[in-house]
Design a protein around this ligand. Structure first.
Ligand code: FAD
Length: 426
């Protein structure tokens, strides 16, 4: 599907509706009060905390995150891995949430949720009580699902799927790799954070190799038969990098049986052994640990009322972002930001004795295919009569093939990144 004028206008209309939420000076004054504790200061949690305060300044909001002083965004982290940006470019500053929006920031780890007493217990020993709790803890990486992989092994075979030290580690390994070396990526099964992310990463590493280590090879071992924006990625790889990138699907033996950090070898289910200079293992994932520990998941992800993002398992706890089950809305920063606003509006409505509204969701994911060219996928979503999220018919789509617009999309991607950061943390 490609963008038509109608689908673009539809998408723009929905974005405009969320924009109206941002301009909440026009909304009626609320005053219901209440205390909301938000766990996780990433794309979902920070946006929810901010919009709660903007929609109803009488609400006290406490945002708890274990990494307030060193949160790095996953979006644009592949540009760091490809050598285009430094780590500083993806570091987040939380100051505006405190000074502009009056949010109480707590840098701590939430160890347990006591839903009966409406409290969360922190590693420091303190307990925070809430009227409503929002959980946006992102993902948990399930190291044990791959034989030979572990948190320790990830120090040699980085996942780099949570931005930070792992991002720098993978970058350093690529810099140290000799020309002519092999880079192997073990891609994750569905569902996972950022569907196009692995393929954007392969593209940016191919860009780096082409410029600095042109004899090198990239092998993506994939347990999936297809992936997001596949046609566009494959076309770009062929046009820009010749046969440097080899995507190996299950039919060709892409399913991995084990990895071995000591010998730097990946063994596939078919018994092939691939020795590599750098191995990037992106393991299967599930909802953040705290969601599972609180018993809010169903097979690893949190089912929610998709109108309010309140857990279907426990009242007064909302789960947003990557951890939640949001139907066709991808596990993306943009998706998490959309869900955050919807949850914030629903919580404000509840505190003020109102019914939740009729939400619309928006998502756009840009992916770089080279350091300056990008492709995108967009979608607009709404609820059906059963309260389930569906894609608005005729909305969204992917970039037009052929590359004519990719340079422009590379610029739009930068604009998107700056605006979502400002909207979430600014
Ligand atoms: C390589 C890569 C590229 C990506 N590119 C894009 C992109 O271009 N566009 C896009 O929209 N999305 C992109 N994403 C996806 C995006 O990063 C995630 O979907 C988004 O971060 C989800 O937001 P979240 O709030 O659910 O989780 P996060 O942003 O991960 O935030 C979770 C926070 O919760 C904190 N936390 C967790 N548990 C606890 C606890 N118990 N106590 C205290 N704090 C806790 C963590 O410290 C973390 O700060 C990309 C992802 C990757 C890996």
């Amino acid at each position: 599907m490609t963008f038509s004028r109608r689908s673009f206008l539809k998408a723009f209309g929905a974005a405009g509706a969320l924009g109206a939420l941002a301009g909440c000076e026009t909304l009626p004054k609320r005053g219901g009060g209440g205390h909301v504790v938000v766990v996780g200061g990433g794309f979902g949690g920070a946006a929810c905390a901010k919009y709660l305060r903007r929609l109803d300044p009488s609400i006290k909001v406490t945002l708890v995150d274990a990494h307030l002083s060193n949160y790095y965004t996953c979006p644009f982290s592949n540009l760091v891995i490809g050598g285009e940006l430094g780590m500083d470019a993806i570091k987040v500053d939380y100051n505006a949430l405190r000074t502009k929006h009056g949010i109480t920031l707590v840098e701590d780890h939430v160890e347990a949720v006591d839903a009966d007493k409406r409290g969360v217990r922190l590693k420091s020993g303190k307990t925070l009580n809430y009227d409503k709790l929002v959980l946006s803890p992102g993902i948990q990486l399930n190291y044990d699902k791959i034989v030979g992989y572990s948190k320790e092994a990830a120090e040699k075979l980085p996942h780099a799927w949570k931005a930070g030290a792992q991002t720098s580690l993978l970058r350093r390994q690529l810099e140290a790799m000799p020309d002519g070396g092999t880079f192997v990526m073990v891609a994750p099964p569905n569902p996972y954070r950022c569907p196009p992310g692995p393929y954007e990463r392969a593209s940016l590493i191919a860009d780096y190799f082409t410029k600095h280590k042109p004899k090198s090879k990239i092998i993506i071992l994939d347990p999936k038969d297809k992936f997001s924006k596949q046609g566009l990625f494959v076309e770009a790889w062929e046009n820009l990098y010749g046969n440097m990138v080899d995507w190996v699907n299950p039919e060709r033996g892409g399913v991995v049986a084990s990895v071995d950090a000591a010998s730097m070898t990946v063994t596939t289910k078919d018994g092939d052994k691939i020795k590599a200079a750098v191995i990037n293992v992106i393991p299967p994932m599930s909802a953040g640990k705290i969601v599972i520990a609180a018993g809010l998941d169903d097979k690893g992800w949190a089912p929610v009322n998709q109108r309010t993002f309140e857990s279907v398992k426990t009242k007064d706890i909302h789960v947003i972002g990557d951890s939640s089950i949001a139907g066709p809305v991808p596990k993306s920063g943009y998706g998490a930001n959309s869900e955050a606003k919807i949850a914030a509006a629903a919580i404000v409505a509840a505190f003020n004795g109102e019914q939740p509204g009729d939400p619309k969701f928006v998502n756009t994911c840009y992916s770089y295919v080279s350091a300056i060219d990008a492709i995108s996928v967009a979608g607009v979503y709404e609820l059906d009569k059963d309260n389930k999220i569906i894609e608005v018919k005729g909305s969204g789509g992917v970039s037009v093939k052929g590359g004519a617009h990719y340079r422009a999309e590379g610029l739009y991607a930068k604009g998107w990144y700056e605006s979502i950061k400002a909207d979430t943390w600014g």
